[in-house]
Design a protein around this ligand. Structure first.
Ligand code: 5RP
Length: 227
């Protein structure tokens, strides 16, 4: 099974976890896109009654175009279940997210969710975390200085640009600096350090957030957080 088929498979599986009358957090990315497709099919064919809270303009547009009702996070008390993708996941079920530049809203939605499920293909499993740049969302003002600080700390920063060479601007009007670390041996310590730096809005280390990770492959594997 190729990776696209794995993403479709795990997206469909996760759509099966959604129950009537749930408020559902909708993540961002190519795997979540399949989840949203499959969820919309259930809404339209089975009359599944749900409302969605999204993590990006992209996902909101997809969901709404398929008939899923979207509300603002502040219009709900809590989210029952959020389904999101991830770029890397370690054996503690901590991960790197933000490859799609949506990490800030993804983290806000996640911490307001009773349950967080990540859907990934097997290429995303990495222990220690690594093999994928760590995204850090930063204020545009003084970005060069923050970049220099990261470089001086040996964090190998690169300001994210798109295919046309333009600096990527997030849905929130910020920039992304990707840290090209080979491996992240101490994710908790790095997360703490990044959170303390002035100009950093959020980083892509998601620690103690995912309750369950569903891994696509020849067979679906379910990984549950130990605590
Ligand atoms: O964090 C994300 C976006 O900010 C995505 O969930 C992550 O990049 C995984 O994406 P994909 O399913 O396309 O591999």
């Amino acid at each position: 099974m190729d990776v696209t088929e794995q993403k479709r498979q795990v997206g469909k599986y996760a759509a099966g976890l959604v129950e009537d009358h749930m408020t559902v957090g909708l993540g961002t990315g190519s795997t979540v896109k399949f989840f949203v497709d499959a969820l919309a099919e259930r809404v339209n064919n089975e009359g599944l009654n749900i409302i969605g809270v999204t993590t990006s303009v992209r996902t909101a547009e997809q969901a709404q175009s398929l008939g899923i009702k979207i509300v603002d996070l502040d219009d709900v008390d809590e989210i029952d279940l959020t389904v999101d993708g991830a770029d890397r996941v370690n054996k503690n079920l901590d991960g790197i997210k933000g490859g799609g530049a949506a990490l800030l809203f993804e983290k806000i939605v996640a911490i307001n969710s009773k349950k967080n499920v990540w859907i990934v293909d097997e290429t995303k499993l990495a222990d220690p975390l690594g093999g994928f740049p760590l995204p850090v969302e930063v204020v545009t003002y003084g970005v060069g200085h923050l970049n220099t600080l990261f470089a001086n700390e040996g964090l190998k920063p690169v300001l994210r640009t798109d295919a046309a060479g333009e600096t990527v601007v997030t849905d929130n009007g910020n920039y992304i600096i990707d840290l090209h670390l080979d491996t992240i041996e101490k994710p908790v310590e790095l997360a703490d350090w990044l959170s303390k730096q002035v100009g950093v809005i959020e980083h892509g280390l998601f620690i103690n957030i995912a309750n369950r990770v569903i891994v696509a492959g020849e067979e679906i594997k379910i990984l549950d957080r130990a605590n």
